[in-house]
Design a protein around this ligand. Structure first.
Ligand code: BV8
Ligand code: ZN
Length: 246
């Protein structure tokens, strides 16, 4: 731990890079690994793709409504709060996240870059107009596999979808450019809770290394990123971040 603390104390331009493991202790299942993971019931290719939505909109929309409803009942944990407080030490601290939940914002982080979009933002799948006013059901009345017909756009009648990046879709160009710029210029990348299996997000760690940054990894498991980390804190985000950033 002291190595990681020494590295943090020496850095002036850190950036944080988070994945689904960052939300695990708030009660949101990770994508891979854990038994109750979101993917254990459904494979990513089945749900998080344009083809899946086209083939079975009710299954895909029902899964996202379940995840949106779940988000209403979860809170950021001490790790999110520690990252938000770290802005006092590093004003403008960028949190580059693969997560589509709003837990970093709820904890108070003010510069969050969502590489894979945001679950609570809805838009028309045809004319791309933003869609507001969707009445979320209570999570208690739902089950993860429930099928629900998506609403229709009141402008063109297209099906409404979440503003998330599906497999095979490009990342939002402005967010991707900002993330690359922040990470290429950082002197320490704090990588928290990502298996490093999804591209191009995972390539950001090598981008940091290429820019000469040190890499501190927080993950109870081993991941591809462990091979390039200067320090690997093998613990949970909710425990390690408050200790590291105290
Ligand atoms: C793109 C939003 C190109 C949706 C997500 C074939 C066809 C098409 C593309 C591809 C292909 N083959 C490969 C690709 C590229 C593809 C890809 O990478 N596929 C993978 C599966 C091989 N990527 C894409 O398609 C991307 N787009 O390439 O576009 C293109 C270019 C030009 C023009 C057109 C297209 C888009 C990828 C984005 C997909 N969307 N999410 C939704 O959420 O429903 S990805 C999804 O996985 C989430 O965003 C998630 O964050 C992300 C990555 O997973 P992780 O965050 O790493 O989470 P995971 O569960 O895997 O790991 C959790 C980790 O936490 C573990 O290490 C665990 O040990 C740890 N942990 C657990 N508990 C804790 C913890 N750590 C700390 N504390 C704890 N308590
Ligand atoms: Zn429309």
């Amino acid at each position: 731990m002291e190595d990681a603390i020494t590295l943090l104390e020496a850095c002036t331009r850190p950036v944080v890079f988070t994945g689904a493991g960052m939300s695990a202790e708030s009660g949101i299942a990770t994508f891979r690994g854990s038994s109750d993971s979101l993917w254990s019931r459904f494979r990513p290719e089945e749900l998080a793709t344009p083809a899946a939505f086209h083939r079975d909109p009710a299954l895909v929309w029902g899964w996202y409504v379940y995840r949106m409803a779940q988000l209403q009942s979860v809170q950021p944990h001490d790790g999110h709060l520690a990252l938000a407080r770290a802005e006092e030490r590093w004003p403008g601290l960028a949190v580059v996240t693969q997560n589509v939940d709003d837990l970093h914002e709820k904890a108070g982080s003010s510069r969050v870059l969502h590489l894979h979009g945001e679950l609570m933002e809805l838009r028309c799948s045809r004319c791309e107009r933003p869609f507001g006013g969707f009445e979320l059901p209570d999570i208690a009345d739902m089950d993860a596999g429930q099928r629900l017909d998506p609403p229709h756009c009141d402008h063109c009648g297209g099906l409404i979808r979440p503003e998330v990046v599906w497999f095979g879709e490009s990342l939002p160009t402005d967010v991707w450019a900002q993330a690359q710029e922040a990470i290429a210029g950082c002197d320490l990348l704090l990588v928290v809770g990502t298996s490093g299996q999804v591209e191009p997000a995972a390539s950001l760690v090598s981008l940091a290394r290429a820019g000469g940054a040190r890499v501190v990894l927080i993950d109870p498991g081993t991941t591809g990123h462990a091979a390039v980390a200067d320090v690997h804190l093998r613990g949970a985000a909710g425990k390690e971040l408050p200790r590291l950033l105290a």
